[in-house]
Design a protein around this ligand. Sequence first.
Ligand code: MCA
Ligand code: AMP
Length: 499
Amino acid sequence: MLQFFEQAKKHLENDAIIHDGVIYKYEQLIATSQKFAGILLNNTPDLNQARVSFMVPPGFDYVKTLWAIWIAGGVAVPLCISHPLSSLEYVLDDTQSSILVISNEFKEVLAPYLQKANISVIVIEDVNEERTTFPASLPDIEKQRNALILYTSGTTNKPKGVVTTHINIEAQINTLINAWEWSSNDRITCVLPLHHVHGIINVVGCSLWAGATCYFTTGFSPKLIFDLIEQGKLNVFMAVPTIYYKMIAYFETLTIEEQNLLRACMKKFRLMVCGSAALPVSVMNKWAQISGHLLLERYGMTELGMAISNPYHGDRKAGYVGIPLPGVEIKLADEHFVQVEDQMPGEILVKGANVFKEYWQRPEATQAAFTNDGWFKTGDVAVIENGYYRIMGRQSVDIIKSGGYKISALEIEEVLRTNEMIQDCAVVGIDDEEWGELIVAAIVLKPDFINDFKDKKVSDWIVNYIASYKKPRRYLVLNDLPRNAMGKVVKNDIKKMFV
Ligand code: MCA
Ligand code: AMP
């Protein structure tokens, strides 16, 4: 029996999920997931690591589906609910998913795929739970099995599937349960998308492991979060820096009385965490003023879960991500993967049970991601100052972090080059307090379009091929892209042109 299930059984009477006011107890979550596992199994004994993609909005149905896939022995592939068809097809084809679970609302976007694909489709709303019986038996799942595939952008133009096993997931959750002292009295809200580690592991995974309560609202909105806070529903909160930025902006529009009420409610929180991108010191300070809490900043990655964290007890330092989490081994290394001297910057290398198993069906990429002696190379550079790690940046200029999302400049460039007006382009991220980095593109136009370029035309076109959060927010038309003696585009020069 997988441990997440054992954990849930300890808290049958507790509220597991509260979604738009409806309460689901652990007992109900367990029973519903088991029944749904039976539907996925469809009279077979074990899904045997078949990939099951699912496109279900955050909430009870999402968790039920994820758990059912694991109980039935499948590998869960959560699809991003805001992706256009081409990005969804890419993941469905790359994982060779044999089952697709969807909510009714996504039938339309997936219709062209469903017509041609040979995949078994289950629509959540079409399943009559009352008429569904428990499966006669459930498979015994070994923890070494693959559990989850999440897609991450990197220094290649197409996202790669990051495969984690049940052992990896348990390690990622266990270290946080201990380090941040999760308990069954905790109450958190999930405001993050559920196709990434931050939402899946840190918020939903940890809260349900601890027997705590996870609130879901429909979509992200500062007002909805502050409403829950004001009602005294929450005592833990986790988000990316952009969300804290947006909440501060909203808070500042409130009256003094409303602000004071919220301040009093936030003071009662046990923990507020920030991560996925660098937390600007200005945001940390403003949040401390309004909430009375010093945000606990931590560092993580899809391939690792969380690796470095400021302490729950003890000094939380602005601009620093803290110290390695228990069970996570870290080394700062030079270009030959040799440990750097004290106080010197180096690439963060990581070992531990938390580290992912492989990139899905990309043995070369997997091999390239590890040193010969088994350290995972993060591509992030850090330095240790007074015992605390400070992230200095990434080795690759082609990786952009915007709104907490990791985005490949190469992926956007490849799409832009297919536009009829564009001859060449270079995409970069420029510093931005709200978004972390803002995605911008320098473009060279084809001669016929030199007098006919409109940003909006490209913006409206590109969302057919990439998610809206990946679209460039500004364009700069150049005669030529700046290149070095080797002919390589100098992206740092392009960044300067936008500033
Ligand atoms: C959206 N907009 C943007 C961006 N995204 N503008 C500039 N840059 C962006 N990146 C614009 C939209 O175009 C739209 O404007 C308006 O903002 C609202 O769009 P919407 O999608 O509704 O935005 P939102 O709901 O306000 O989203 C902001 C968000 C979201 C909630 C911060 O970006 C988000 O959920 N980020 C978290 C991602 C995450 O979970 N990352 C963790 C992965 P218009 O209508 O004019 O177009 S990292 C991870 O998992 C590792 C392990 C870790 O360490 O945690
Ligand atoms: P992802 O692959 O989407 O999980 O993004 C992981 C990347 O986010 C890391 O490799 C870092 O570049 C970045 N990241 C995560 N947390 C932090 C943080 N606290 N400070 C700076 N960068 C971070």
